[in-house]
Design a protein around this ligand. Structure first.
Ligand code: RB5
Length: 145
């Protein structure tokens, strides 16, 4: 986890949780780049989802974290990017599988439906888990159309 470079973004509905995650996670990783939003003023979630997914797509960051109210809008947006496998995760079992089976490189959280403690559990599990490869690589190779 210590050598990970991560980009994070959220809309207004995810701003409070993003602030919490930034404070908690920054000392635990190599770099955590906050791409906004910077307040609870209303914004459009695709602007931040495209920013984070674009950085991961370009290889500037290994992992993206996105937060909006449900996690759905940012997840839909991130998955429009080639090379992005974005997963909406609401508990640590799901986030573990999102990495071990799907090799997700963007994780989306539903900021209005989980607690701050749960966000830490979900992200810790995701960031510590390794991709299993094998049959899962074959399946991932079939995702793009
Ligand atoms: C904002 O009100 C809300 O629609 C957004 O955060 C997200 O839940 C969309 O998917």
């Amino acid at each position: 986890m210590k050598n990970l470079k991560i980009a994070i973004g959220a809309d207004h509905a995810g701003y409070e949780m993003k602030s919490h995650v930034v404070e908690w996670l920054t000392p635990l990783v190599e770099e955590l780049k906050d791409l906004g939003t910077g307040s609870e003023a209303s914004v459009d979630y695709p602007d931040f989802a495209h920013a984070v997914a674009g950085e991961v797509e370009k290889g500037n960051y290994e992992i993206g974290i996105l937060i909006c109210g449900t996690g759905i809008g940012v997840d839909m947006t991130a998955n429009k990017h080639q090379g992005i496998r974005s997963a909406l995760c609401w508990n640590k079992e799901v986030s573990t599988l999102a990495k071990s089976h799907n090799n997700a490189n963007v994780i989306c959280l539903p900021g209005r439906f989980i607690s701050k403690e749960e966000s830490q559990e979900i992200l810790s599990a995701f960031l510590k888990t390794k991709f299993e490869g094998g049959r899962h690589s074959r399946r991932i190779d079939k995702i793009s159309c």
